[in-house]
Design a binder for this molecule. Structure first.
Ligand code: ADP
Ligand code: TZD
Ligand code: MG
Length: 576
């Protein structure tokens, strides 16, 4: 460092100096960003070491995409941007998928990538891992910045943090060229250049008119419904949301990752009467949920023929009228909006009509009763319901545990069967329905919350991030992975009608995923019955030891694309 300083300053011997490496660490620590998920390499290897030496938690993954998914879900869980750190071009691109995923899901995240020398990149002279990363990132995230001078690091982090968490949260890209890390400057000037971001996600208070309009619409309803989305879970306004729902007496439907915001066993929960409430409701209040494909865009068969009015509570004004007319837009942050709605309802609000709530309850109880015997089956080979009947009790007995879930049948059936009891305990594939979030989300959930994690993974889904079992063992995290092994994607029974290659949706039959965990010193169990599964999962959740259970599922039990087979185009011309 003295040598570098000598080049820039004649009085280098006496001057206290800092550099890009240290300023990045200082900027992050000053803003409470103390955990980094990433993969080391040129030009960020030394940065990772120095960050660790400075007391930050730096978790090294086996693939940047998984580190990125970890950072994204850390953002969802903490309301602070999750940080992912990668090398240039290929490392950056691997992380970029997760950054786009974070943006799509409204999770705050910052992807920091080292990059090659600007002069060479811009003249396309073929540098090591050359790519114009900033240009690529811009189209895929909420904001993207490049830092060329050490004295701008403080401002760059401030901008990145604000962009990630304010308004609708999302992904931010920070491009750090290799040269920046070694740039030396006066330490005092460096300290002064840092910015502690004040009030990074300011409250956004809804207008009184919008609150009145919303309550007028709600009051007119005979069959109202509240839909809670993952934005409501993210907002951490749990008590205020519970108070509003209970005061209104309106049945509520939790979207996948909003399950547990109020317990699925709450008397007003309409989770098990989903089709009925969508069809029959006349006024729908959306809180932190979008009318995208997951809600059939607010129209069509799923919503029935009766006219509906929508109230929508969201921080993003452009979300209103995106798919159907919103009769009462309430724009603001969910905490402020929900509090304002409750307050304006006053002490004498007339609850939703009792006959409507009773009809919803009857439908819910009927559906729950229909499912109950299937969950108690002890079939061998296991089917999804037999296995999930067991896992449902595991979560009931440990409501603080975090459930990570991906797959097709494995996802849809788990969502329907396993009740959640606490907010932000269910983490899944999100808005894109992306496979591969599994191990990254397990690692971040364990690291950020310190709670035990149960992952229920389709065998295909698990394969996208399976190598991270080594990471789980290396950091000795309390993660129990159950692979629902049905020999393939949706089913393990497909046959190739021409040639000797296996069909496109099947994997090696009788695979033993449990042995992957054993290879790294974790516990592996092969479970062929619900009883075996129950014993193994309970042992894992109690011990906290990294565990992978290969749950052998009947290859014929699943259906194509799980519950969304209707979205899958099928050729009428294909050869029989
Ligand atoms: P789901 O998939 O559960 O239906 P979405 O991801 O579609 O949920 O919707 C989440 C919505 O929540 C987004 O429109 C986003 O703008 C909104 N949102 C996120 N955080 C907040 C917040 N703090 N206040 C208000 N709205 C929020
Ligand atoms: N690639 C990515 C990144 N995301 C996807 N959603 C898919 C491919 C397509 N896909 C699904 O939508 S579900 C799925 C794939 C490959 C796997 C389903 O098989 P599984 O679950 O073994 O995980 P089940 O229980 O066998 O249905
Ligand atoms: Mg499968």
């Amino acid at each position: 460092m003295a040598e570098a300083a000598a080049l820039t300053k004649p009085d280098a011997d006496t001057e206290e100096l800092t550099d890009g490496f240290n300023l990045i660490i200082d900027a992050m620590k000053l803003n409470g960003l103390t955990t980094i998920y990433g993969v080391p390499g040129i030009p960020i290897t030394d940065f990772g070491r120095m960050a660790q030496a400075a007391g930050m938690r730096v978790l090294s993954f086996r693939h940047e995409q998984n580190a990125g998914y970890a950072a994204a879900i850390a953002g969802f869980l903490t309301k602070k941007p999750g940080v992912c750190l990668t090398v240039s071009a290929p490392g950056f691109l691997n992380g970029l998928t997760a950054l786009a995923h974070a943006t799509t899901n409204c999770y705050p995240m910052i992807l920091i990538s080292g990059s090659s020398e600007r002069e060479i990149v811009d003249l396309q002279q073929g540098d090591y891992e050359e790519m114009d990363q900033l240009a690529v990132a811009k189209t895929m995230c909420k904001a993207a910045y490049r830092v060329l001078h050490a004295q701008d690091i403080g401002i760059a982090f401030a901008r990145a943090i604000r962009a990630a968490v304010s308004g609708r949260p999302g992904g931010v890209y920070l491009d750090l060229p290799a040269k920046l890390f070694g740039q030396v400057m006066n330490a005092e000037k460096g300290r002064k250049s840092l910015v502690k971001v004040i009030d990074p996600a300011p409250a956004q208070i809804p207008s009184p008119d919008s609150i009145k309009r919303a309550l007028d619409v709600l009051k007119s309803a005979k069959k109202p419904l509240i839909i809670l989305g993952k934005g409501a879970a993210y907002a951490q306004a749990d008590d205020a949301i519970k108070a509003l729902v209970e005061k209104s007496g309106v049945p509520f439907l939790p979207m996948s990752m909003a399950k547990g915001l109020l317990p699925d066993t709450h008397p007003q929960c309409a989770g098990a009467a989903r089709s009925t409430v969508l069809k029959d409701s006349d006024v729908v209040m959306m809180i932190g949920a979008r009318l995208n494909w997951l809600l059939s865009h607010g129209k069509g068969k799923a919503w029935g023929d009766a006219p509906k009015k929508f109230i929508q509570v969201d921080i993003e004004p452009k979300e209103m009228d995106s798919n159907v007319e919103i009769a009462a837009p309430v724009v603001g942050d969910i905490g402020s909006c929900v509090a304002a709605l409750s307050e304006a309802m006053g002490g004498s609000w007339t609850k939703a009509p009792a006959d409507w709530m009773a009809a919803v309850t009857a439908k819910r109880d009927e559906n729950v009763a229909k499912m109950a015997p299937r969950l108690m089956n002890n079939n061998n080979p296991m089917d999804y319901h037999g296995a999930l009947g067991v896992l449902r009790t595991v979560i009931k007995e440990r409501p603080d545990a975090i459930l990570v879930n991906e797959g097709a049948n494995t996802l849809d059936l788990t969502r329907g069967v396993i009740d959640m009891y606490r907010p932000r305990k269910r983490l899944d594939v999100g808005t894109w329905g992306v496979m591969g979030i599994g191990m990254g989300q397990c690692i971040a959930a364990a690291v950020e919350t310190g709670k035990p994690v149960l992952a229920i993974e389709g065998d295909s889904a698990f394969g996208f991030s399976g190598m991270e079992v080594e990471t789980i063992c290396r950091y000795d995290l309390p993660v129990c992975i159950v692979v629902f092994n049905n020999d393939g994607i949706y089913r393990g029974t497909d046959v190739n009608k021409a040639g000797s290659d296996p069909a496109t949706t099947v994997f090696v039959k009788g695979s033993r995923y449990d042995r992957m965990m054993e290879a790294f010193g974790g516990v592996g169990v092969n479970a062929t019955t619900p009883d075996e599964l129950k014993r193994a999962v309970n042992a894992a959740m109690d011990s906290g030891k990294p565990t992978l259970i290969n749950a052998v599922i009947d290859p014929a039990a699943g259906s194509e694309s799980g519950r969304i087979g209707n979205l899958n185009p099928q050729s009428k011309l294909k050869k029989k």
